[in-house]
Design a protein around this ligand. Structure first.
Ligand code: TRP
Length: 323
């Protein structure tokens, strides 16, 4: 059986390094090994951005450009936009009607929303999020979903919904398994979780100047008295980035020189800037050469090809369920 992997990204702002490290880099491997469905989860984006739909509209193009520039290929993976294929919502509605509220109550992001005073809990989309996500997966008969540990409960809810659906309607939808990937912990420039909404991100299209400026703002070992005293790289956001992005040689040199008080933080930040430029400039260059209309063409092709497959799957399910 070919393994089918499904992964969506919510187009809610700029593509940033967190997306690159946490999602896109893994997609590059998946597209070689699996039948891959990578999509813009724009309905999921509406949940948090229903008052700023224009952001979603702009981000769609930026995301597709970023995916392509990083090496995601339409020859290897299906790329499409969720809201272009309405049958996904048909299945989501079917799932909604057979999901007990208690299952949705278990969603960790819903629980977090209810207690977090900084989040606005003002629409039911947050509550039904795992149900739509289950439909995203089931409608293409996905059996693998790349997730971090913190998303395991969401996938467990999906498995239960799909199991119940199969039992009720004698269908054979695969119960999706988590594809747990090691995702290095990449924090924003302020040391908090990297997120477009807090503005602590390094985007994939950061200009070299702004990139260095952001790196210069990052916190280093605060107990280090000065350049003449040894620093502790384990307690330094800049070294955290070196660990993820720099060559082994530069990593080792930085670590020993910092501990031996032979490398100042300013110089170390410049070195990191160089590493990041080598990674990001080619990506930004490629992104700037891809036009909006090329993105539209890719999404139109996804709508056609994936849309047809999804329509067939939906019609089959609907028929099997006697609906
Ligand atoms: N929940 C994912 C996120 O917040 C996006 C997503 C939506 C998704 N549907 C999915 C991921 C289906 C994997 C499979 O980024």
């Amino acid at each position: 059986m070919t393994e089918i992997i499904v992964s969506g990204m919510r187009p809610t702002g700029s593509l940033h390094l967190g997306h690159y490290v946490g999602v896109i880099k893994n997609w590059l491997k998946f597209q070689e090994d699996y039948e891959s469905y990578f999509f813009l989860a724009d309905w999921h984006a509406v949940t948090s951005n229903y008052h700023s739909i224009d952001v979603i509209k702009r981000s769609r193009h930026e995301y597709v450009k970023g995916w392509l520039a990083c090496g995601v290929s339409t020859d290897k993976a299906h790329i499409y936009n969720q809201s272009d294929i309405p049958e996904i919502l048909n299945l989501a509605q079917f799932f909604l009607t057979m999901t007990p509220p208690g299952w949705a109550d278990r969603s960790p992001s819903w629980k977090d929303l209810k207690v977090n005073p900084n989040r606005r809990l003002d629409n039911l989309g947050f509550y039904t999020y795992p149900i739509l996500q289950s439909a995203d997966i089931a409608i293409v008969r996905g059996n693998l979903v790349p997730i971090g540990e913190d998303q395991l409960t969401h996938l467990e809810i999906s498995r239960e919904i799909i199991r119940k659906f199969n039992r009720l309607y004698h269908t054979d939808l695969p119960e999706p398994s988590p594809k747990l990937t090691k995702i290095p912990k990449l924090l924003g420039i302020d040391g908090a979780k990297m997120s477009s909404s807090t503005g602590n991100v390094i985007t994939l299209q950061e200009s070299p100047k702004s990139l260095q400026k952001k790196i210069n703002k990052m916190k280093t070992d605060e107990t280090r008295a000065g350049i003449e005293s040894p620093g502790n790289p384990d307690n330094c956001s800049v070294f955290d980035y070196h660990k993820i992005f720099s060559t082994d040689t530069l990593k080792a040199e930085t670590e020993s020189a910092c501990k031996a008080a032979q490398l100042g933080c300013g110089e170390c930040k410049k070195n990191l800037g160089q590493t990041m430029k080598e990674l990001l400039i080619p990506i930004a260059d490629k992104m700037s050469k891809i036009t909006d209309s090329e993105c539209d063409d890719i999404l139109a092709q996804g709508k056609k090809i994936v849309g047809e497959k999804i329509r067939n799957n939906w019609n089959k399910l609907r028929h099997q369920a006697g609906f």
